[in-house]
Design a protein around this ligand. Structure first.
Ligand SMILES: [Zn+2]
Length: 207
């Protein structure tokens, strides 16, 4: 993503434009606070626009990463061909329709053909896609496709369970504030036994 910079002056320009964008976002937030009828100059709100900008920058930091960034050097050739399952990867994202949080857990599995991924990279991959403006369905597919493209496994399965504050906080469909999405590729789509094995592994244990 980040290309080698031609010169120091280019780097300064880039930093300046970053700072300028940050300032502008904070300014817009200050205006929003004013427009909802608040006083952006009162004690508790004075630094809120800058805090908001910083938080937003973190929550959308996935735009400054890509799959290669995260997975380069993290794929290993192996003869292992059993299912790899990473359960309960916690994530926090922002729904692109309301810019309100949705959050929950991702379960990711794949059946290697001759390559595996570093296990910690799966959580990083989930977080990269989560830290963008998202819809749950697309995020689910993006995770599955990234793994498929990177290590060409026999199949990939991704299940995401999430609660959506845009539904819960606004009192819309209070009973349906949570959603489950899945993406099944290759063997996970075509082979019922593989899919069932995955589903059984990620199902909450009945106590
Ligand atoms: Zn929403």
């Amino acid at each position: 993503m980040s290309k080698p910079l031609e010169s120091a002056s280019e780097e300064i320009l880039l930093n300046d434009s970053k700072r300028l964008n940050e300032r502008r976002i904070a300014c817009h937030m200050r205006e929003i606070i004013r427009l909802i009828g608040e006083d952006p100059d009162r004690e508790g709100l004075r630094k809120t626009p800058e805090r908001f900008e910083k938080a937003l920058r973190f929550l959308t930091s996935g735009y400054h990463q890509n799959v290669d960034h995260i997975l380069n050097g993290a794929t290993f050739s192996v003869t292992y061909d059993e299912m790899v399952v990473v359960k309960d990867v916690e994530f926090f994202s922002l729904c692109e329709h309301h810019i309100l949080p949705f959050f929950g857990k991702a379960h990711v599995a794949y059946l290697p053909s001759n390559k595996v991924l570093g296990l910690s990279k799966i959580a990083r991959l989930v977080n990269m896609f989560a830290r963008r403006l998202q819809i749950q369905e697309r995020m689910t597919c993006q995770i599955a496709k990234a793994i498929e493209e990177k290590i060409a496994p026999q199949g990939v399965g991704v299940i995401i369970e999430a609660r959506h504050l845009c539904m819960q906080m606004r009192g819309v469909e209070k009973q349906h504030g949570s959603a489950v999405t899945s993406a099944m590729l290759g063997a996970f789509r075509h082979n019922k036994q593989t899919r069932d094995e995955f589903l059984a592994l990620v199902q909450p244990r009945k106590s």
